[in-house]
Design a protein. Structure first.
Length: 604
């Protein structure tokens, strides 16, 4: 039994060292502004954290030593120690795509379908890597069990001592850094999974080793989720004399701002020539939840958790119902992850939660056909609001028989192949073909609208929920929800209808401006915008020094010159240029204070 315990301990050492080597992949995404202290801290922290995680896992797997048949014990032990390595490697791939670790919300979205569609090549690669890892770890156990001489050396004790020193050094360094808001240290914590280094601010304050001013600023930057809503801030005052207009809102998931051209989106482009185009329009975030939230609520998506906890619908939807609008929501992807059925559309009767088709393109075609049928049979004597949400560009997909418009093109979407050396033009051409396909469906909707008897009294809004990066800045960012550069936050916006003057608006605008514009100009809401929104009037936009955006956990102040990216959990921040390179200097704390006011405006 003693030898079995020693063998188990050596497996712990081998797995910890392998895990530390795999964790080195996270270092590829460190910002350029590293110094010897930050790199040394992260190196020591990596060894300590991997040793700690694998050590805890080893304790959970300790009952394996009681298995008597050697072959069975060897295979099960190999499997047990292979699992954390495979999980860690998977996390590095997630981090490469999104710059955050595996989170439960991400797992839920993947399991719900429609987020990632692995190719056969991906599945074969996963199977091969899994089998290889199992073989290596099982082989390691077989070798150490057969090689008895190592048992005279105190390997386990020596490694535990090294691990203990690394953990002490890591946590004592972080205690000092956290007490003095040393960003070069605390900002590294996000690169390691399940890493929660110690703080001791009360003790450091007692000893006089704490920077009160810096910590106060950092604490202010943390998000305050939950709590009681103060929304709207006053009872709604509706002008019933306002003539209601029909509103059609078309949103394309992951629609890049540069996809709205004559070549890539010919039908929408042609429509836009007689509409108002917004040349510098930003979503309220870099992910669907943030973009759709800001679109309907007219405020930063940092409020998501508070509105979700209270199951509070937006004023826009409340007023539409008060004005007796016919409401129809046609979404290709389902409305339960993110939980739009409990927020944006919480009170919509007979809400259509999901499409029936099996494929993304089938669902996009389904919502188009359903809308065309509904629009031709709806009550023409009542105003109507409809929302179409297309999904194909999000998945880079189009029907197998759809003509390939742009070549050369990637034949499949191999997420595991994406890196800085991958030819982004291959995915760009595939993406643009997908955008072209959705444009063909939107073209049917626009043609139907123009033939409607109440076309002259119909307002049409076409936009995207967020962008889609194709390694635009050569920092190995792909997709969305990973940074706040234009590639992920800038989207097209086209508006046509009563009171809309055709032309190009060059002033920076936001998704947060759309709901208040609809409410104040078309739905007769007389309250000041500040009662229910942080947005502005789209048709008379004023210069603003920054736009406030959010992801699932973080937020950013984006100006024409730089980006202040802030961790919503601990208030740590990075000041970056527009290509997401770290730059020297301090944030504009006056602007930051204003932004914090916006993020607390509707909380009691």
């Amino acid at each position: 039994m003693r030898n079995r315990l020693l063998n188990h301990g050596v497996m712990f050492i081998i797995t910890s060292l392998l895990a530390s080597a795999i964790a080195g992949l996270y270092f590829s995404y460190l910002p350029d502004s590293q110094n010897a202290l930050s790199l040394g801290y992260l190196t020591v922290a990596t060894l300590g954290q991997m040793g700690l995680l694998i050590g805890l896992w080893s304790l959970l797997c300790l009952p394996l030593v009681f298995i008597r048949p050697f072959t069975v014990r060897a295979v099960l032990t190999g499997l047990a120690f292979a699992l954390p390595l495979l999980a860690l490697y998977t996390d590095t791939q997630v981090f490469a795509q999104y710059r955050f670790h595996i989170q439960w919300v991400l797992v839920e979205m993947i399991l719900s379908g429609g987020m990632v569609e692995p190719t056969l090549s991906n599945l074969l690669t996963i199977a091969a890597v899994s089998l290889m890892t199992l073989a290596v770890m099982t082989g390691s156990y077989l070798l150490i069990s057969r090689f008895a001489n190592w048992q005279r050396y105190p390997l386990n004790k020596g490694f535990l001592a090294l691990l203990f020193i690394c953990l002490l050094a890591t946590h004592f360094t972080h205690i000092w850094a956290a007490a003095n808001a040393v960003q070069s240290i605390t900002a590294q914590n996000r690169y390691l999974p399940l890493f929660y280094p110690a703080t001791a601010n009360s003790l450091m304050r007692k000893w006089g080793w704490l920077d009160e001013e810096k910590l106060a600023r950092q604490k202010q930057m943390q998000l305050k989720n939950g709590g009681t809503l103060d929304y709207p801030k006053a009872p709604l005052q509706l002008n019933q004399q306002t003539r209601p207009v029909n509103i059609v809102m078309i949103v394309v998931d992951s629609w890049r701002w540069d996809a709205m051209t004559k070549a890539y989106s010919p039908n929408i482009w042609q429509f836009a020539q007689q509409a108002r185009q917004f040349d510098n329009h930003l979503s309220t975030g870099n992910a669907t939840r943030a973009g759709i939230f800001g679109l309907f609520y007219g405020m930063p998506a940092t409020y998501w958790q508070s509105f979700y906890a209270n199951r509070r619908s937006p004023v826009l939807m409340d007023v539409l119902q008060q004005r007796d609008y016919q409401l129809r929501i046609f979404a290709s992807a389902h409305l339960q992850k993110p939980e739009f059925d409990q927020t944006v559309f919480a009170n919509v009767p007979d809400l259509r939660l999901r499409s029936k088709a099996d494929s993304v393109t089938g669902r996009d075609e389904e919502i188009t056909d359903l809308w065309l049928d509904w629009n031709s049979h709806r009550d023409q004597n009542k105003p109507a609001f409809s929302f179409l949400f297309y999904d194909a560009p999000h998945m880079y997909t189009f029907p197998a028989d759809y003509p390939v418009k742009f070549e050369p093109m990637a034949e499949t979407v191999d997420y595991m192949a994406f890196d800085n050396d991958y030819d982004a033009s291959l995915m760009r051409n595939r993406y643009m073909t997908s955008a072209h396909y959705v444009d063909s469906l939107v073209g049917k909707v626009l043609d139907s609208l123009k033939q409607s008897p109440d076309w002259d009294n119909t307002l049409v809004i076409i936009t995207g929920d967020h962008g889609q990066e194709l390694n635009d800045n050569h920092l190995n960012f792909w997709g969305h929800n990973s940074n706040f550069t234009d590639a992920q936050i800038k989207v097209p916006l086209i508006i046509a209808g009563p009171g809309i003057k055709a032309g190009m608006e060059t002033q920076t605008t936001s998704h947060a401006d759309i709901a208040p514009t609809l409410l104040s100009r078309y739905l007769g809401l007389e309250n000041p915008l500040s009662d229910y929104s942080t947005g502005d009037d789209l048709l008379n936009p004023q210069p603003r020094p920054y736009q406030l955006l959010a992801s699932y956990t973080d937020y950013a102040l984006v100006s024409n010159r730089n980006i202040l990216a802030v961790s919503g959990t601990n208030g740590g921040y990075q000041l970056l240029d527009k290509q997401y390179h770290a730059i020297a200097g301090d944030p504009d704390f006056t602007q930051l204070q204003q932004a914090m006011g916006q993020m607390r405006q509707f909380l009691k």
